[in-house]
Design a protein. Structure first.
Lengths: 338, 256
C-alpha cells in the first residue's frame, strides 16, 4: 500500500516546555512555574504524495520536529488533523504505527541492548518472524557499516554510529513512510553521502520519505519537493528548482553602508539586471540593502561606482548564487543560519 | 489487542532482566536477608527477642521484598527511559496502544514480585530454622493475597516511575519507601500499635500494612492480624487506584 501524508490546519501550543527534538519531552509538569505558552505550529497544511521524498526546511524552532512528532503519534496537536495514507493519525494510532518508521533528532536507542538486539527486538515488536528478523538485522548492520559492532551494547557508540543504528532500526520493519528528523546531523561527509544513497534507494522501492533539515544542500540534493517553514507556518512550497526560481533574479547581493544618502537605494533599482531592492532597518549605525538580481559578480563594479558617485561609503558586499538560502531570506528577511 | 507485540515487549524486559540478574538478586534480597539474620537469628539466639519472633518476622520480610521488587522493577526503568535519552520511544512506536506498554511493565514487575516473594520464604526459612512455624490454612487465599500484593507493588511502581524525576530518586527512597517500611507493620503486627492509637489509624493509609498483614494472616495466622477480607478489599482498592493513577501519569509522559 502506498501511503502519503496530509496535515490540515495543524496547530500546536506547548504549555509545558516543548520537546528538545522529535517527540522528546521533559515529562511531568513543573507546577511551580507559570505555564508559558509557546506557539510551535500555526495552521500548517501539507500534502506529501505517496512515494516522494519531501523535505521540511527551516531554522531551529520553526516547528519541524513538532510536525514530525504529531505525524508519528508522539506529540498531540492542539488542533487540526493529520493522516498517514487513509488513517487518521490520532484516531487510528496502531494502524499508523505499523506504516511508519521514525528516526528522531536525538538517538533514542535502547541502551540496555546490543546493536543487533535493538534491531531484532524492534522487528519482534512488529511481529516479524525470527528468521526474517535475523536476516534483515544482518543485512542492515552490513549496509550501515556496523557489522563488527553488532554484539556491543550501544552505550559506548559514537554519535554517528548511534545515528546510523537509529536509521537502520527505523527501516527494520520496512515501513511505507519513513520520517527522518535531521538525519545527517552529526554525520561525517562520507557517511552523509552513504545515507543519501540509502534514502534514495529506499525511496525507489516506492516508499514515502519525509525529512527535516536546516541544511540547504541536503534539501536540494535529496528532496523532490520541499516546504520551507518558519514560525510554524509554511512560507513556500515546491521543487527545489521551482523554489530557487521563485527568488527574483536568483542572485542576492547584500550591501552594507556606513555614511550614505538614501538616494543610492533608488539608483540601485535602475541598474540593469536588478529585480528588487530591499532596504534593511539600520543596525549599529550601519545601513544595508538586499539586492536581488539576475547577475552577481558583474554588478559589483557598477555598485561600487554608484556608491562613489553618491559619496556613499560601501563597507561590505556579499554575493550569493541562486540558493534556497536566498529564498528563505527573501521570504523571512532572516538567514536560515541565524 | 496485539499479542505478538505484547509478548515481544515482555521478551525484551525478560532479556534485560536476565542480563542483570545478579544485580537484581542483590538489590532484592541482600537487605531483607541481613535483617532476617540479625533480628531472627542473632537477637533471638542471644535472648533479646522471643523465639516466636522468627515466625512473626517472615511475612513482613516477604512483604518488603515483594513491594521493593515490584516498585523497583517498574519504576526505575521507567524513570530512566523517560529521561533525556527517551529510550522508551522505540516501544511507544511499536504497533500497540500505549497503555499496553504500561500494562506490560506492570505485568512483568508483578511477576518479578511474585518470584521475589516465593524465594524469600525458603531463603528466610533456611536462615531462621529451627523454630519457624508456618501454617498455610488456605493456600488459595495465600495465592490471592500474594498476587494482589505483587500487582500493588508493580502498579505503585508505575505511578511512582511516571511521577518522579530522575533527580528525585533519592528523595523517593527517603520520603516514600523508608517510612513505608517502618510504618508498614512489617517487623511487628498492626495490633502492636494499640498503644499509639493515632498512629495506628494513620498507618492504615500505608499500602504495605495490608501486604504484611495479609501475608501474616495467611502464612502465620496464629499471630494477631487484620481480618483477611478487609485486607483483600484494601488491596483491591490500592491496586485499582495505583493502576488508574499510574496509567494517567504514563499517558502524560508518553505523549507531549
Amino acid at each position: 500500500m502506498l501511503a502519503g501524508i496530509r496535515t490540515q490546519d495543524l496547530r500546536k501550543v506547548y504549555t509545558s516546555p516543548p520537546p528538545l527534538a522529535a517527540g522528546g519531552g521533559f515529562g511531568g509538569r513543573r507546577s511551580k512555574q507559570p505555564a508559558r505558552e509557546i506557539l510551535a505550529l500555526d495552521g500548517l497544511s501539507l500534502d506529501v504524495r505517496a512515494g516522494e521524498i519531501f523535505g521540511l526546511l527551516g531554522p531551529n524552532g520553526a516547528g519541524k520536529s513538532t510536525t514530525v512528532g504529531i505525524l508519528t503519534t508522539r506529540v498531540r496537536p492542539t488542533s487540526g488533523k493529520v493522516w498517514i495514507g487513509d488513517y487518521d493519525v490520532w484516531a487510528q494510532q496502531v494502524e499508523v504505527k505499523r506504516l511508519i518508521g521514525v528516526v528522531a533528532q536525538r538517538p533514542n536507542l535502547d541502551f540496555s541492548l546490543t546493536a543487533r538486539e535493538i534491531l531484532l527486538f524492534h522487528g519482534a515488536y512488529f511481529g516479524i518472524d525470527s528468521r526474517t528478523r535475523s536476516a534483515r538485522a544482518t543485512e542492515l548492520l552490513e549496509r550501515f557499516k556496523l557489522s563488527d559492532r553488532g554484539h556491543q551494547l550501544v552505550r559506548g557508540f559514537s554519535g554517528g554510529m548511534m545515528q546510523r543504528l537509529s536509521i537502520a532500526r527505523a527501516m527494520m520493519h520496512d515501513p511505507q513512510v519513513l520520517f527522518l528528523d535531521e538525519p545527517s546531523a552529526g554525520l561525517d561527509p562520507q557517511t552523509r553521502l552513504l545515507l543519501w544513497e540509502i534514502i534514495r534507494e529506499y525511496n525507489q522501492s516506492g516508499k514515502t520519505i519525509l525529512l527535516t533539515t536546516h541544511n540547504m544542500e541536503e534539501a536540494d540534493a535529496l528532496c523532490q519537493r520541499l516546504a520551507i517553514i518558519d514560525h510554524g507556518r509554511d512560507i513556500a512550497l515546491g521543487t527545489p528548482a521551482e523554489l530557487k526560481a521563485s527568488v527574483p533574479g536568483g542572485f542576492l547581493l547584500r550591501l552594507r553602508f556606513g555614511a550614505h544618502s538614501p538616494e543610492i537605494f533608488d539608483r540601485l533599482k535602475t541598474l540593469s539586471g536588478v529585480r528588487e531592492v530591499r532596504v534593511l532597518a539600520p543596525t549599529d549605525g550601519e545601513h544595508g540593502a538586499d539586492v536581488y538580481a539576475d547577475r552577481g559578480g558583474s554588478l559589483v563594479s557598477e555598485i561600487a561606482s554608484l556608491a562613489a558617485a553618491t559619496s556613499a561609503e560601501l563597507s561590505d558586499l556579499q554575493i550569493s548564487e541562486p540558493s534556497l538560502e536566498n529564498l528563505f531570506l527573501h521570504h523571512t528577511g532572516r538567514s536560515l543560519r541565524e | 489487542m496485539n499479542w505478538k507485540t505484547f509478548f515481544a515487549l515482555l521478551a525484551r524486559d525478560a532479556h534485560v532482566a536476565r542480563r542483570n540478574v545478579i544485580a537484581i538478586m542483590l538489590q532484592t534480597f541482600l537487605q531483607p536477608m541481613m535483617f532476617v539474620f540479625i533480628f531472627g537469628r542473632v537477637m533471638v539466639s542471644s535472648g533479646y527477642m522471643p523465639p516466636t519472633y522468627k515466625s512473626l518476622l517472615l511475612p513482613g520480610i516477604m512483604a518488603i521484598s515483594m513491594i521493593f521488587t515490584g516498585v523497583w522493577a517498574v519504576a526505575m526503568p521507567l524513570i530512566g527511559e523517560f529521561q533525556f535519552t527517551r529510550e522508551i520511544e522505540d516501544r511507544l512506536l511499536a504497533p500497540i496502544e500505549n497503555d499496553w506498554l504500561a500494562i506490560e511493565k506492570v505485568f512483568f514487575g508483578a511477576a518479578q514480585a511474585v518470584v521475589a516473594g516465593l524465594v524469600v520464604i525458603p531463603a528466610a526459612w533456611l536462615l531462621l530454622r529451627p523454630g519457624v512455624e508456618l501454617n498455610l490454612p488456605s493456600p488459595l487465599t495465600f495465592a490471592g493475597i500474594t498476587l494482589l500484593v505483587a500487582l500493588m507493588s508493580a502498579c505503585g511502581g508505575l505511578a511512582l516511575g511516571c511521577s518522579i524525576d530522575q533527580t528525585k530518586i533519592g528523595l523517593m527512597f527517603s520520603m516514600v519507601l523508608t517510612p513505608m517500611i517502618f510504618f508498614g507493620c512489617t517487623y511487628y503486627p498492626w495490633s502492636a500499635l494499640a498503644n499509639f492509637p493515632i498512629l495506628q489509624k494513620i498507618v492504615l493509609v500505608n499500602p504495605l500494612v495490608y501486604a504484611s498483614e495479609g501475608l501474616r494472616g495467611t502464612l502465620v495466622p496464629q499471630f494477631p492480624h487484620l481480618p483477611v477480607i478487609a485486607v483483600f478489599a484494601a488491596l483491591l482498592i490500592f491496586d485499582t487506584f495505583f493502576l488508574v493513577f499510574g496509567l494517567r501519569q504514563f499517558r502524560r509522559k508518553a505523549v507531549t
